[in-house]
Design a protein around this ligand. Sequence first.
Ligand code: SPQ
Length: 426
Amino acid sequence: MKMLQFENPSIQGEIKVPGDKSISHRSIMFGAISEGVTKVTGFLKGDDCLSTIDCFRKMGVTITEKDDEILIEGRGFKGLKEPREILDTGNSGTTTRLLLGVLAGQPFHSVITGDESIAKRPMNRVTVPLKEMGATIDGRDDGNLTPLSVRGGKLKSFHYTLPVASAQLKSALILAGLQSEEETVIVEPEKTRDHTEKMIRHFGGEIVREGTSIKVRGNQPFKAKDVRVPGDISSAAFFLTAAAITSNSSLILKDVGLNETRTGIIDVLREMDADFSVTLTNDDEEPQGDILVKSSSLKNCEVGGELIPRLIDEIPIIALLATQASGKTVIRDAEELKVKETNRIDAVVEELQKLGADITATGDGMVINGPVRLKGGYADSRGDHRIGMMLAVAALVSEGPVHIENADCISVSYPTFFEDLSLVAK
Ligand code: SPQ
């Protein structure tokens, strides 16, 4: 149990949040399927990304750590080996789903499993289309739940409209499509994070986007190329909120990733009248910049539609932000929250209610009335890193202490979160 108590705190100074989780996973995967050695800087050494490293090592890829760099000795898609052991994806949905796409095209047998939370997350969104492409996949609940066994094979040409806006599903199908003899066409209902597409181009491959449809050819050679991972905007979101909701705060977040498919939180901060500014420091394929954020007088907003995929992981912290804003904030079109590490609609609403927030669940989101001075109390991360960090930030605006059950899970995406919080909370 972690106890946090602050007396009129302000958030001051400068921090650099750890590397982007989505890009870190993909840097290992693309490094592994390329020819040559890829050097990754800024890699997130959180449990989730370490699970990805572990799985690729089990398929014969040499991955080493040198100072702050990760070196991947790529083997190409054709050089991956049948793993002797079970591939353990831990708590990581990204590892599980993207790996299924890789394994679908591999002419060997493998078994994937993860932790208790992964065992509840739906995999049929990925396994059903991968089976249609030609892979043999089985598991609990007719191939929906882990452990899953995969025998990959020759994959055929495929045209698929995604039933949900999911970057993991899109990426799994792209990774399978890259191993097919023919072309794969994927249509997204809404644009989701495009790190996989950017990685393909970065490693010398081709992928074409026309409106909502994405076309990719199989059998493309990839050449190793160093990757710089920017700071994770999903991690930065906790500190952006911390500074905006406390008095006398002024915080600089350095080198935060600003890929436009991920910056929905910036749009929400603007909509809520937050006092912040962004300075672009690197304008390459994965742009990054510094964000200065100050204490803010916040107003309510509406979050829904196409914005949802651009901030899906930030909704727990946006809910907290809304408790400190004047008026009624409505979050809608976010049913996907129900199949994350926890049911994040229930978890956010029930845990924030315990601390004294005026928040109600709806079928596809939540409604929050503010501003409310939180009381503090006992709450539970439920094993979900983003709920754990949201509760820790809630302690900054609570009268009494906040006790967080299961705070250890934060290490999946932000191992140094509490150190960084104590560094800037004055
Ligand atoms: O990897 P995991 O556990 O699914 O992580 C989460 C998170 O909060 O860190 C979701 F629970 O992020 C997903 C995100 O929600 C990471 C991701 C990606 O890297 O492709 C895409 C999103 O998931 P989805 O299901 O919308 O594709």
